[in-house]
Each structure stands twice: as C-alpha cells, then as structure tokens.
Design a protein around this ligand. Structure first.
Ligand SMILES: [Zn+2]
Length: 413
C-alpha cells in the first residue's frame, strides 16, 4: 500500500509509486508519470534518473510530439531484464515451474511429476532441480534471481516459511520447514518464499486490477482443489496460523456422507468439485432422461467443462446442475461477508466457464434475505485470468513486489 508519507520515507514511497505506475502501462513519459503521481516533472525526472542508474527502469526512446508540436518526450518502461523470478506450484501430482522477468513475462515453463510423491525430502529435491533447470534454460546465475515463490496445497505459515499441513500429500507429515530446507539445497539464491498456491493465484488479480490494492478483495478458486485469498489493501492476509483463504473447508452443507481431504464433512470443496458437479448432472439426467438428445450431448462420463459450457449456452438440465453448486457458493459468500465484508469477490477457476448466468443467479441468491440486501455493497465478478496463468503470475508478482519493497531502493548509489 503506497500510503507512507513520513519524510524519511518519501523518496522510497515515490520510487515505488513510479515503479507501480510503470507496471500498469507499457511505456510512460515523465509528464504522464507526474500527472498520475501528483508530483512535479523535475521530481519525476530525478526519480527516473535514479531508477535508471539502478537498472530498474530504461529509456525506450522518443514518443510522438505533443499536439502543440512541442518536442518529442522520452518514453520510460520497467527494465524486465534487471532481475528474474521463479514461480513454482507444487500441486497434488506435478510440480510446475515458470521463469519470469520483472515485468512478469514468462520466459521458460517446465514441470515434473513427483519422483516419489510420498516423500517430502524427494519433493524438496524435485523443486530444487526445477529451479536449477530453469536458471540453466534462461542462462542465468543465482544472483540474477531475486525471488523464488513456491505455492503448496494446504495450510502454509508463510511468514515462518513452514508448511503446516500438506492436505493432498499427508504422508509428508506436518510442520515442514520448507523455506529452511530449500535454502539449504539452493544456497546461492535469495528471496525464497512459500505460501498457499490459491493465495498466490488470488494475488495475481492485482496485475489486472491495480485498483484492487486499495480495497478489500476475496478470491474463490475452484478446480481439482478449492481455495482462495483475502487481499486487504494489496496485502495478502495470512492469519495467526496460515488459515486465511482456506475457503474450501468452510462447512456449507449439513447432510453429507463423503469426507473431505481435510477430514471433515460438508466442506465447500466437496460440494462444488468437478466430481460433485458431474454427480448433480447425472442425478438430473437419471430423473429426466433426454431421449431425443444426440448421444454426443449427454454427459455419461464426468466432463465438468462440458456441463459448464452447456449451462452457459442455456441448457436447462446443465443449468439445474450448476445451480446446485451456486447454492453452495451463496452460502460460502454469506459467510465471507460476515467475516471480511469485502468490496469485491473474484471467482477464479472452472465456474468462470458457466458465463453470466452463474454470476446473475449467485448475486440474486446472496442478496435474497433482507439482511444481505445492501445496495452496491459487494460486487461478485469472474477473474479474467486463465487459472494456470494466475498460478504462475501470482507467485511471480508477489516476489517482484517484495523485491521492489526491499532495501535496495533505499541504498545510495
Ligand atoms: Zn475440507
């Protein structure tokens, strides 16, 4: 959050503000930056000179001359090649790795199945091997990498770098000192940070929507696993134990036999999972057989994407199935409203395929009781990011932001 106005921090604040503005546009002139930052052109010129000397910003040549025919202004952009970041997502079956520059452009992507999925040590070795391979592919040395973000599925105590509970790899044990163990395997690297993967994916929304950095945002992501994050003025909330954002394990139905991976019953994750959606569809098709339907349009096997696309197109049966999931979304969102009262809820993941019908129905349900019927109090929107992109981007953006916040911006040169 760019609000610090203490005199000693003004220079630091202004430098970060210019970096944030440059991220939102491909190129900007000193005049445009001055206008948006509410600073004078000479101040901006001085800051740009410092950032250029540090290699964080570069000149992109001259732009078009002004309408009055004045001289052509110089254009500035972030120097993406100043440093690089690595973003890793350790999912339930594979470990994915992306190398990105400081503008979050992906330069290399690779992934590995776990050598031994039941062994934590083996997972740490696999992650280290991916980091080394990504550096080799980019021809980069350790010191050129300013951050390595690793997203896991489960409860992560990010500030301490401890993976409290690997929900999909429970054989690994508990309270795993991931940051320490990776640092031991990757001694030349700095900026290793771990978090819950859905939290990182939620953080990625800040790249598309810089305005989210000045309000309260909750993201809900649904796929093979379900999670989310709470962003308060651009800060990714963690909680005392790393629980914030584990929305998949909020109880949304009382009558449920099937246990969730967390050990409880009635979790949101089990109620809206791809398997659950397919079972709603199969029950409906059994009750209302569609004999005239061509075989290709029936959902005999579990093809949740097809159900969601059919719902988007207006298929009545698919919509009824998706509406069951929407009921559970509305219960979750009411709980979220009572806990966090966000300005915006961003839906990430598979349900974005269901189209406007999903959002319209969800908004109606959430506001159905007078208690929750507060005009303009909440907007529920779909993410514009593909979920794989969000996973890569979130960890990378988080690392880039921590790098820009670091002390190197204070140091005299
Ligand atoms: Zn659960």
């Amino acid at each position: 959050m760019l609000t610090s106005r203490k005199p000693k921090n003004i220079k630091y604040h202004n430098q970060r503000l210019i970096l944030a503005l440059l991220r939102s546009q491909e190129v900007m002139t000193a005049g445009e930056l001055a206008e948006q930052a509410h600073l004078s052109v000479p101040t901006i010129t001085k800051i740009l000179a410092e950032l250029q000397a540090r290699g964080l910003v570069r000149s992109m040549g001259k732009g078009n001359s002004t309408e009055e025919g004045g001289k052509k202004p110089e254009l500035f952009a972030l120097n993406g090649a100043h440093r690089y970041v690595i973003s890793i997502t350790a999912g339930s079956e594979r470990i994915k790795c992306a190398l990105l520059d400081l503008t979050c452009k992906v330069l290399d992507k690779r992934s590995l199945p776990y050598t031994d999925g039941s062994s934590y040590e083996s997972c740490m070795d696999d992650i280290s091997a991916l980091v080394i391979a990504a550096c080799e592919a980019g021809k980069l040395e350790e010191k050129e990498i300013c951050g390595i973000a690793i997203g896991f599925e489960g409860i992560v105590d990010a500030p301490r770098g401890i993976f409290r509970f690997p929900i999909h790899n429970q054989a690994w044990g508990r309270d795993l000192p991931v940051k320490e163990d990776l640092q031991a395997r990757l001694p030349g690297f700095t900026g290793i940070t771990i978090n819950n993967g859905s939290r990182f994916a939620g953080y990625a929304e800040l790249s598309e929507h810089p305005e989210y950095a000045s309000c309260r945002v909750v993201t809900i992501s649904t796929g093979t696993s379900t999670g989310g994050c709470v962003l308060e003025n651009g800060v990714l909330m963690q909680g005392a134990n790393g629980f914030i954002g584990e929305l998949g394990h909020i109880t949304v139905r009382e009558t449920e036999e099937k246990a969730c991976t967390c050990g409880n019953k009635g979790c949101f994750e089990t109620a809206v999972s791809p398997d659950a959606l397919c079972s709603y569809m199969q029950e409906l098709e059994k009750a209302f057989p569609r004999e005239k339907e061509p075989a290709a349009d029936r959902s005999d096997s579990c093809d949740y994407e097809k159900i969601l696309r059919l719902a988007a197109k207006g298929d009545a049966c698919a919509r009824k199935a998706v509406e069951k999931s929407i009921d559970y979304y509305s219960i979750l969102i009411r709980n979220i409203m009572l806990l966090y009262d966000p300005h915006i809820i961003v839906i990430q993941g598979i349900y974005t395929l269901a189209g406007d019908f999903f959002l319209k129905r969800l908004q109606e349900l959430v506001k159905q009781s007078p208690f929750f019927h507060i005009p303009q109090g909440l907007s529920i929107v779909f993410s514009g990011l593909d979920f794989d992109r969000a996973a890569d981007l979130g960890g990378a953006l988080y690392s880039v932001d921590r790098y820009y916040e670091g002390e190197q911006l204070f140091e005299e040169i």
